[in-house]
Ligand binder design. Structure first.
Ligand code: MG
Length: 389
């Protein structure tokens, strides 16, 4: 068996949202199809993925380096020992040829998107949902049928006041979510504290509310927010500092007693290692939010988990960034803490199967083979276009 082609397309997000640091008006995402010569139900099996949200489309690197490396490799060098399926570890190694160490995100995002699409094909060829393939390989075969899911929102929008924020949160709770994350840092501290108090009126307890500063604070503001937010004992305080400023993060962690969340903008095992060694974070208290398709994909993520285990971190401390079907399978397959959701935002890339329902803060894992993008009509329409015939 072999990969016959890999195709990609850049799709605009068409979002008018803004967080504390930037707006999404120009944001694009790469959609990838890895096409194989394996035929199921009269059609070639194709694996799909996209490069999550928040990093721009990366088609140039895919077209210039990673796709040609895979297509040039001997087909037998990219399959498993039995020769009956693709081997994602070998395909990752193939893409990493002649790549210089360090400086990760320029390649970790395109490589991760292709790698996750390979896994979709692997699971489809095996006839199993991806979370089951991952559980068998990476979690001792422990199959889950549902995972915890929290909802992100609370963006800044023109004309949106405290009542609109409360209404937004109420709507999410009515949809079945129990924990909500809202943005902070796009207003003054006094205004943001009022927003947190308003949100708490709806969600009930601090453990049901997280806040996300999107790495937008300088030292003075990061420490001031840490002081102002600490008494609320929130579920977590996300990205209070620049993702690579481990010195400042450890200063914040020293005065902020409740959980801190970070890691969605770190793209390598080495960066996450530095984070847990030098960022002042505490295993058992804080949470990590690696975005798997943006960080070289699933094989490398399993190595990051091994490293974290050696440093005392449990898998349940991981709440990967990216409220999408790929992350849902990864959370279920590896047995992580939970996943996030962004219903109705980020265009066709938001959310899960069209008929997915959240119940009491939990989401059921999909059962169709692969990742199951086929159950996301608008997104799958784009993916299907990439496959000839
Ligand atoms: Mg975030």
């Amino acid at each position: 068996m072999r990969i016959t082609d890999i195709r990609e397309i850049a799709v605009p997000l068409k979002s008018d949202l803004r967080n504390a640091v930037f707006d999404f008006s120009e944001m694009t995402t790469s959609v990838v199809a890895v096409i194989t010569d394996v035929v199921r139900e009269g059609r070639p099996v194709a694996g799909f993925a996209f490069n999550s949200t928040g990093r721009y489309a990366c088609g140039a690197q895919m077209r210039d380096r990673f796709i040609p490396r895979i297509l040039k490799a001997k087909p037998e060098s990219l399959v498993n020992a039995a020769g009956d399926n693709l081997d994602p570890e070998k395909i990752l190694a193939c893409m990493m040829q002649r790549e210089k160490p360090g400086g990760h995100s320029e390649r970790s995002v395109p490589i991760g998107a292709i790698e996750v699409a390979v896994w979709d094909a692997v699971a489809k060829i095996a006839g199993k949902p991806l979370h089951r393939v991952l559980a068998e390989r990476y979690n001792g075969g422990k199959l889950l049928d549902r995972v915890q899911c929290y909802v992100g929102g609370g963006w800044y929008q023109p004309g949106k006041g405290l009542q609109e924020l409360r209404d937004e949160i109420r709507e999410k709770l009515d949809q079945g979510y129990t924990t909500m994350k809202i943005k902070v840092g796009g207003a003054s501290i006094a205004e943001d504290v009022k927003r947190v108090e308003a949100a708490l009126q709806v969600v009930g307890a601090g453990t049901n509310l997280a806040v996300d500063a999107n790495a937008g604070f300088d030292r003075e503001r990061a420490l001031a927010y840490a002081k102002a937010l600490a008494p609320f004992r929130l579920r977590w305080f996300e990205e209070p500092t620049d993702p690579l400023d481990f010195g400042l993060l450890s200063e914040v962690a020293a005065i902020y007693d409740a959980p801190i969340g970070t890691g969605e903008n770190l793209f390598s095992t080495q960066d996450v290692h530095n984070l847990v060694r030098f960022g002042g974070l505490r295993a058992g208290r804080d949470i990590l939010q690696i975005d798997v398709p943006q960080s070289y994909g699933i094989v490398q993520f399993s190595r990051t988990l091994d490293m974290l285990k050696q440093n005392g971190w449990a898998r349940t401390a991981l709440f990967p960034h990216g409220g999408n079907q790929m992350t849902l399978h990864i959370v279920g397959g590896f047995g992580l803490g939970g996943c996030e959701a962004y219903p109705g935002v980020f265009g066709i890339f938001a959310g899960f199967a069209d008929d997915a329902k959240v119940e009491n803060g939990y989401l059921k894992l999909p059962q169709r083979p692969g990742i199951g993008f086929e159950a996301q009509n608008h997104l799958y329409a784009v993916m299907r276009e990439l496959v000839p015939g």
